[in-house]
Design a protein around this ligand. Structure first.
Ligand code: MTE
Length: 312
């Protein structure tokens, strides 16, 4: 039978404040506890900043938030590793400041920003979003960030601009996965301009009130909650307004499996598995996957008249 974790029976904010408290007494008790439990061969845990209490314990559909620990220790980030549990450790010394983000292409005011300045320049807010990975797992994450539209309005796309192209940093000496010749680095993603301007589309700078850690795409990453997680590109250094639809890293690797739109759709299976359901990390049951990941009201109009099977 499945064991019930304390985080499942305790509301998250109480659980979090209890954790804060436990850290205090933990420092005193660690020696004794380790001695008593005898689990000494484990690697020391990575030291995480203490999460701050988010505004709610669940998303608007009632799905519980994932813990800060889960969100920061189970990551897809191929620049570091294909092993989700190894990413946090491999990324822990990755430098995220200073960090330049260049915004250009078909815009009237091209500009280079420092990521640290971006969060002061635009008003950062909390957004609790579901993240649905194309692999069939999901999380609920309290992000901090600002709408991408705020940045795009400042650089003023010209009438010719139809798409936004995003690029991750290329730093193979610090990102061992970028030495893997199987993928065409750097990681590239793209959105249609109206998708980019939708209010849900976020440039995230934090989680649980803390600056984004490297494993989550710090210092700045995209979050597009109605699309499969691979669209939410991490560690962005370049944003270009372009006329042609960008070719993403995943389209270049396997276009028949990972399309440009990649809207969450339970009715369109991935060629190798069903997308009808998902497992929220921390749970063992599967939940039904929702069209547009539950954000249809906000975004379905963007695709009116399009055959969503064809334009996967
Ligand atoms: N961005 C970059 N640069 N490299 C990646 O490997 N993985 C994507 C996306 N962004 C990825 C990326 C995938 S597949 C997912 S599901 C999410 O990041 C995972 O985000 P998380 O680790 O913060 O949960």
């Amino acid at each position: 039978m499945r064991k019930i974790k304390s985080s499942e029976i305790t509301p998250e904010h109480i659980y979090l404040s209890r954790r804060t408290f436990m850290v205090g007494i933990g420092a005193l008790a660690t020696g004794t506890l380790l001695g008593a439990c005898g689990q000494l061969n484990k690697q020391p845990a990575l030291s995480l900043p203490e999460p701050l209490t988010p505004s709610a314990e669940a998303d608007e559909l009632g799905n519980p938030l994932n813990s800060y620990e889960a969100i920061t220790s189970y990551n897809n980030y191929y620049e570091f590793s294909t092993n989700k549990e190894a990413v946090a450790r491999l990324a822990q010394n990755f430098p995220t400041a200073p960090w330049a983000v260049t915004v250009g292409g078909l815009v009237r005011n091209p500009k280079t920003y420092d990521a640290g300045d971006l969060r002061k320049r635009f008003s950062v807010e909390e957004r609790i979003y579901r993240l649905r990975c194309v692999e069939g797992w999901s999380m609920v994450i309290p992000w901090q960030g600002f709408p991408l539209s705020a940045l795009l309005n400042e650089v003023e796309p010209t009438g010719q601009a139809k798409y936004v192209r995003f690029e991750t940093i290329y730093a193979p000496e610090q990102m061992p996965g970028q030495k893997d010749g199987w993928y065409s680095w750097p990681y590239i993603e793209g959105l249609r301009l109206d998708e980019a301007m939708n209010d849900l589309t976020l440039l995230a700078t934090g989680i649980y009130g803390r600056d984004l850690l490297p494993q989550n795409g710090g210092p700045i990453r995209l979050v597009v909650p109605w699309k499969y997680g691979f669209k939410s590109i991490k560690a962005i250094v370049k944003i270009d307004l372009v006329e042609e639809q960008p070719v993403s890293l995943w389209m270049a690797a396997a276009a028949h499996e990972y399309g440009f739109y990649a809207n969450v759709n339970p009715d369109v299976p991935h060629p190798r598995w069903s997308q009808a359901s998902e497992r929220q990390i921390g749970e063992s049951r599967r939940r039904p996957t929702l069209p547009f990941n539950g954000y249809a009201e906000e975004v379905a109009h963007l695709y009116e008249g399009m055959d969503l099977r064809k334009f996967y």
